[in-house]
Design a protein around this ligand. Structure first.
Ligand code: AMP
Length: 190
């Protein structure tokens, strides 16, 4: 089974690597950011609420995220999944752990892509000129980065301390292909 979590600050390259590795392993790629961005197209009350939160760079509620992820994990039946952008809070990670143990499942690999804030800023500015994302602006990036430091980094540290054998640190300042190679080597070794 290949059940994988990608951690890292916004703009570290989680989404890019998760997509490449999901194709390589033939497993589902669950990007909560992409799923939420699709929901915005519904143009209903929930979409309006989500748009307000996401465009400010804050986190959407744990209940919404937990419901999205558990529904998707129940319906995707194949040889594994990659979580990209979830869990981002301790509550989400507790929910995930419970959900996985109830379904006799577990996480097999965690990749933590690390990168400094200055490099992130340059990347996000580049991405904002290529893709239109309302949250790819420097001031909003600061909010998203702070959400990462205040919330998500605590979650990745928890896994690092408690699941060190499956936790792998990746230097996100490398080229995309180099990062992919490093991840593939780790996957091949075990
Ligand atoms: P991302 O594409 O992963 O950077 O996510 C874009 C935005 O979606 C974030 O800034 C949050 O507003 C929201 N989001 C995505 N995943 C989560 C999550 N696990 N928990 C809370 N909010 C999330």
């Amino acid at each position: 089974m290949n059940n994988i979590i990608f951690f890292g600050p916004p703009g570290a390259g989680k989404g890019t690597q998760a997509k490449i590795i999901s194709q390589y392993l033939n497993v589902s790629h669950l990007s909560t950011g992409d799923i939420l961005r699709k929901k915005l197209l519904d143009k209903d009350e929930l979409a309006d609420e989500l748009k307000l939160i996401m465009s400010s760079g804050n986190l959407v509620s744990d209940d919404i995220l937990n419901a999205i992820v558990s529904t998707r994990l129940k319906t995707e039946k194949n040889n594994g999944f990659i979580l990209d952008g979830y869990p981002r809070t301790i509550k989400q990670s507790e929910y995930l752990d419970n959900f996985l143990s109830q379904t006799s499942n577990s996480i097999n690999y965690i990749f933590n892509i690390q990168i400094n804030f200055e490099t992130l800023k340059q990347r996000i500015l580049k991405r904002s000129s290529e893709e239109f994302r309302e949250d790819d602006k420097v001031d909003i990036l600061e909010t998203r980065y702070n959400e990462y430091l205040n919330s998500t980094e605590k979650v990745s540290n928890f896994y690092k301390d408690n699941h060190s054998s499956i936790f792998h640190e990746i230097d996100g300042s490398q080229q995309i292909q180099e990062i992919t190679q490093q991840i593939k080597q780790i996957l091949k070794k075990s």
